[in-house]
Design a protein around this ligand. Structure first.
Ligand SMILES: Cc1cc2nc3c(=O)[nH]c(=O)nc-3n(C[C@H](O)[C@H](O)[C@H](O)COP(=O)(O)OP(=O)(O)OC[C@H]3O[C@@H](n4cnc5c(N)ncnc54)[C@H](O)[C@@H]3O)c2cc1C
Ligand code: FES
Length: 283
């Protein structure tokens, strides 16, 4: 169930920023927001530099937290993992300690626990791809804290499109795939999932995934074909983040639409018609 989100945006201080692989990790202190849940996301905009002369980026950008920690003086330190793909993510990645960022959220619903997804579940299988490893890191930490076994499979295109593994995941029970073979398995992370499921009793599996649409659709198909319950954290273009604009609608299985910002971003694999979302061309 979604936690109640504080809709008012608040100005938060950036406390760290560093390169990690091909991504950037930055941290800020959210003094007023509630504790975020695994799968939820924030709407972020760097203060002062947003909407430059070109007017872009106009809208804040949806970003998942990759980790949170309670601050001794109150509130939470939030860590974000950024892949610079356009004007918004470039401005977020350029923020330095001492600068400020507009933060709204956390928005959306959270992942179910394995026994909620599959009453027979022996543990969780987490499949992350690219920047989609961020929500998997938060879910994994939550499962570890609750003593629920999990295995993690992470996939990247190449070194230039990777990062966050050492910082947000331990080595134990984590397997890597690189499409260019620079580390771990050479190929797709879904190859690792298929290997794991071959040796697993599918009846006791519960799968969670976040990553590029093509990877999510492949994970969804693998699981649906084997009747394995799966939850996916989807991405779509988001403007408001709280259900008002319908910019984030994705087709439901059997007709109709889900608004990903309030009905997701976490959805069951059998709830949607496809995980292949359209590209964003908004401001
Ligand atoms: C719930 C949710 C959580 C998200 N979490 C994160 C996160 O933790 N870290 C993060 O970096 N991004 C995350 N995103 C994605 C991010 O919000 C979008 O990529 C956003 O559009 C980037 O804004 P921009 O102005 O930089 O690029 P835009 O101008 O919006 O996009 C620039 C170009 O890149 C393409 N593009 C957009 N997104 C991607 C992508 N993910 N990979 C490759 N190409 C892309 C667009 O189609 C466009 O051609 C999340 C999105 C959602 C909905
Ligand atoms: S982003 Fe506005 S309705 Fe979802």
């Amino acid at each position: 169930m979604a936690a109640e989100a504080p809709f008012g945006r608040r100005l938060c201080e950036v406390t760290a920023s560093r390169a990690d692989g091909g991504y950037r990790v930055f941290s800020l202190i959210d003094r007023e927001g509630p504790q975020p849940e695994p799968g939820q996301f924030y709407m972020l905009a760097s203060a002062g530099s947003w909407a430059g002369e070109s007017g872009r980026p106009y809208l804040p950008r949806a970003i998942s937290h990759a980790r949170y920690d309670r601050e001794p003086a109150g509130g939470y330190r939030l860590d974000f993992l950024i892949d610079e793909v356009g004007p918004g993510t470039m401005k977020l990645a350029a923020m330095m300690p001492g600068q400020t960022c507009w933060v709204a959220g956390p928005f959306g619903g959270q992942f179910s626990y394995p026994r909620e997804l599959n009453p027979q579940a022996a543990g969780a299988i987490l499949v992350g791809g690219g920047i989609g490893i961020a929500p998997m890191a938060v879910l994994r930490r939550e499962l570890v804290e609750r003593g629920i076994p999990s295995r993690t499979l992470l996939g990247f295109r190449d070194r230039a499109h990777s990062g966050g593994v050492g910082e947000f995941f331990g080595c134990e029970e984590t397997r890597l795939a690189f499409e260019d073979g620079s580390s771990g398995h050479k190929g797709y992370v879904t190859d690792l999932l298929l290997q794991l499921l071959e040796g697993d009793d599918s009846a006791t599996a519960a799968v969670y995934s976040c990553g590029p649409p093509a990877m999510l659709e492949a994970v969804r198909r693998i699981c649906l074909d084997r009747a394995i319950p799966v939850e996916l954290a989807l991405e779509s273009p988001m403007a408001c983040g709280y259900g008002a604009c319908f910019g984030c609608a994705v087709p439901k299985a059997g007709g109709g639409y889900l608004r990903l910002c309030i009905d997701g971003p976490v959805v069951r694999g059998d709830e949607i018609a496809t995980a292949l979302a359209g590209e964003s061309d908004d401001g």
